[in-house]
Design a protein around this ligand. Structure first.
Ligand code: BG6
Length: 508
């Protein structure tokens, strides 16, 4: 059997043991969506291919389609062929596809949920799934309510002898109030320990490595505070536009789409205190403490920026602007770029700004955390010698070139004393032979194993909305965002936001 993935958050004593899910099935709501096709279905296959699913694992699709089991299997097969990370192996596929079932129906259709129940009972008997079922809601949050209450009414939400879990995808609301409402809906049916909120950034190898880097080494942590750190920049830049996601994205925008979740989670991992251990409670508690200490500067006009992409260039091709995208209202004020300045009110971080930015149709795809250090307090060199020296920085490259870069000053070889920035690099590809699993592989496996550290709990979601709500309200009062040309690095106001504080964004 191949060795299982190594989750760095697990007890090091079982580090080399494969983590194989026990008997279970997963019910997928939203099988026709992009997420299912591009991420969830391929990840299920990749897990099976790596021998990490139980032999009788079963996948049940539920949707408003008149499909038979084999139609559903064909949909999954196409998705796997196009998007799976690992090679297609017929014998793996055959075994997996044996457990595929499809239940046609609307989310408020009692007959369909009766059929779902009998299908699951049958799978328990035929394939030994043991009554353990994960319900994956890859559907808009507006539909969560009717699905979870159907699960409850049809006796699927709980069992005395087996586990039942529900998996939900963001957006977890569009502000604090709606997030609370959504949580009430889930909490009314599933106990909090059975709710798995997916933030796929937490499943990324490099994001987990933030913890390893900080807490498994001695050389970073002593500098990790306001005595040495000047500021932190967290960037999530994408070169793609909104593609076919107008229906989801319009009215949501960059801040709700990725800052409220991915970037604030990244910030929490970068800035939190050391957890007592990496069990779910300790880790989440530290993240929550950090998020509860985050404050916005007084002037939101000066400390935030937002933009909307206009026509321009991407990958050498001319591309249209956001307002010309299919399905976007001509007068849409949705931002496709957002930047915010945040402060952390605690002893470690007082006075250190955290600048978070995210945008679509930017210069290139890159996600990174740059910890920028203060300049040396004294430079015993002539001004001329250090003209090309900037500040030391430690850059955690989340994607695409996963790794870590340390930027520092070095003497340029020669007879004069000239000091310039150089970089020292750690690249995953250069040090490890195995490729990283997709975030969804790890997260789906964790759901099936009931391993919750990588899933934010509701308190974190609420705290993140508390941080962002005033910014969103401020922007809502201001009307249209500032346009920026596709292929550039966002609106001028984002540069001004940092320039006001004597700083500038990195050009990754
Ligand atoms: C999703 C956002 O959460 O993350 C998308 O909804 C975004 O808008 C995507 O494109 C990016 O994910 P990744 O893993 O490619 O950085």
């Amino acid at each position: 059997m191949s060795e299982g993935p190594v989750n760095p958050l697990r007890d090091p004593r079982d580090r080399r043991l494969p983590r194989i899910a026990g008997p279970c099935s997963m019910v997928l709501f939203g099988v026709t969506g992009d997420l299912s096709r591009k991420k969830i279905m391929p990840a299920v296959y990749d897990l099976a291919n790596r021998g990490l699913l139980p032999p009788g694992f079963s996948l049940v699709g539920f949707a408003r389609r008149e499909w038979e089991d084999q139609d559903f299997a064909q949909i999954v097969r196409d998705a796997v062929k196009e998007f799976a990370r690992t090679e297609f192996r017929q014998e793996v596929w055959d075994q997996l596809a044996d457990g595929f079932r499809f239940v046609p129906g609307e989310f408020d259709d009692d007959v369909a949920f009766d059929l779902l129940r009998s299908t699951l009972q049958q799978l328990d008997q035929e394939r030994g799934t043991g009554g353990n079922h994960a319900f994956y809601l890859a559907i808009p949050p507006g539909l969560f309510g009717s699905v979870v209450s159907q699960l409850q009414e049809h006796g699927l939400a709980e069992s005395d002898t087996a586990w039942r879990r529900v998996v939900v995808e963001k957006p977890f609301g569009h502000d604090l109030e709606s997030a609370r409402e959504l949580n009430d809906v889930l909490a009314g049916v599933f106990p909090s320990g059975s709710v798995f909120r997916i933030d796929h950034y937490l499943g990324k190898e490099t994001v987990q490595n933030v913890l390893a880097m900080r807490f498994a080494n001695t050389m970073f942590e002593p500098l990790w505070n306001s005595h040495f750190v000047d500021h932190v920049q967290i960037t999530m830049a994408e070169d793609i536009g909104i593609g076919g996601r107008a229906g989801y994205y319009d009215g949501i925008g960059a801040a709700r789409d990725v800052i409220q979740n991915h970037l604030l989670q990244l910030m929490a991992l970068v800035a939190m205190e050391e957890p007592r251990s990496f069990d779910a409670d300790s880790l989440r508690r530290e993240k929550e403490k950090l998020l509860a200490s985050v404050v916005l500067p007084r002037s939101l006009a000066r400390s935030t920026a937002r933009g909307q992409y206009a026509a321009g260039w991407a990958g050498g091709e001319k591309v249209q602007g956001f307002l010309e995208e299919e399905g976007i209202a001509q007068d849409s004020t949705t931002e496709t770029y957002a930047a915010v300045t945040l402060h952390v009110e605690n002893r470690r971080w007082a006075g250190v700004p955290f600048y978070l930015r995210a945008g679509k149709r930017l210069g290139r795809r890159v996600t990174e955390v740059a910890v920028v250090f203060k300049p040396a307090p004294h430079l015993p060199f002539s001004d001329h010698s250090t003209e090309e020296l900037t500040q030391n920085a430690l850059v955690i490259r989340v994607q695409p070139d996963e790794g870590l870069t340390v930027r520092f000053g070095s003497k340029v070889p020669g007879t004069s004393m000239e000091i310039r920035d150089v970089s020292m690099d750690f690249a995953y590809g250069g040090s490890f032979t195995e490729s990283s699993p997709e975030a969804y592989e790890r997260l789906i496996l964790d759901v099936l194993l009931g391993d919750p550290p990588l899933f934010p709990r509701h308190e974190e979601v609420e705290l993140s909305w508390k941080i962002l709500d005033p910014v969103l309200e401020h922007w809502a009062r201001k009307g249209a965002p500032e346009p920026y040309e596709s292929g550039t690095w966002g609106p001028p106001s984002a540069d001004e936001m940092l320039a006001r504080e004597g700083r500038s964004w990195r050009r990754p």
